[in-house]
Design a protein around this ligand. Structure first.
Ligand SMILES: [Zn+2]
Length: 249
């Protein structure tokens, strides 16, 4: 596949917060970024349930019909406390703040949640081709379930995994963290470094989280990085990227 591309994904979209993305999507539109991948959590933290929120479903269907992509992003976006090694517990608590729902999940639980999420989307007229695990942490059980349920792709911190062919496309991601002032500062430094690193890859990604939109300098930095990328690359959703990849194969 020739050319240079980037994907903008909006993470953690759920029934309790979807309205906060409207202004950002409008801004992206003004910058010429017309389609994004929306990573939707069906039942965020067991509090915000898509199945009981018709307004949210209408909003998602509206976005889908405009050309945005709907992606399944976990089910609860929450990992129950587990007895495990110290290292894995540290990763779970510090890296993910206990959001890594599919990090240590059993096959049966992964299957139940992924099937439930896909079915919920299907019943509501939403089509998901991809699944992204919260914090990009999907264990082998989760990947096996994705392959067995016909999901086309998943993404990791380092790239995109095509599930039918097992092809892995390296694609670094610009993602900020807003959980503390130090993390916010590190995010800005990462943005500087990302400009340099991204030049080496035909496909790169920008992931936007709700916390970024609540911190004005992070939001402005993201928009500025997107402007920078847009001058050099075409912006596609994950689904569009996969279609292009299949055509050129
Ligand atoms: Zn998430």
């Amino acid at each position: 596949m020739s050319g240079k591309f980037f994907v903008v994904s909006l993470h953690d979209v759920h029934a309790g917060n979807y309205h906060i993305f409207n202004e950002f999507i409008k801004k992206l539109n003004e910058l010429g970024v017309y389609f994004v991948s929306l990573l939707v959590v069906p039942y965020m933290h067991k509090e915000h349930d898509l199945s009981f929120d018709l307004k949210f479903v209408r909003w998602l269907k509206g976005k889908q019909s405009q050309g945005h992509e709907i992606v399944l992003h976990g089910y609860y976006h929450y990992e129950e406390i587990k007895k495990d090694s110290i290292i894995k517990n540290i990763i779970s608590s510090i890296y993910t703040a206990h959001e890594g729902e599919f990090y240590r999940i059993s096959y049966d639980d992964a299957e139940s949640r992924i099937r439930k999420g896909l079915e919920l989307f299907r019943c509501n007229g939403l089509k998901a081709y991809g699944f992204v695990a919260p914090a990009w942490l999907a264990n082998d059980n989760a990947v096996k379930v994705l392959k067995n349920t016909g999901v086309a792709y998943t993404t990791k911190l380092t790239g995109i995994l095509l599930l039918k062919s097992d092809i892995f496309i390296k694609a670094p991601v610009l993602s900020f963290t807003s959980r503390s002032p130090l993390r916010k500062l590190l995010s800005i430094l990462w943005a500087r470094l990302f400009r340099f690193i991204s030049g080496f890859f035909p496909i790169v990604r920008v992931s936007v989280h709700p916390g970024d939109l609540e911190t004005s300098f992070l939001k402005e930095q993201l928009l500025s990085e997107i402007v920078h990328l847009k001058k050099r690359r075409n912006c596609l959703t994950y689904k569009e990227l996969l279609d292009l990849y299949a055509e050129s194969d």
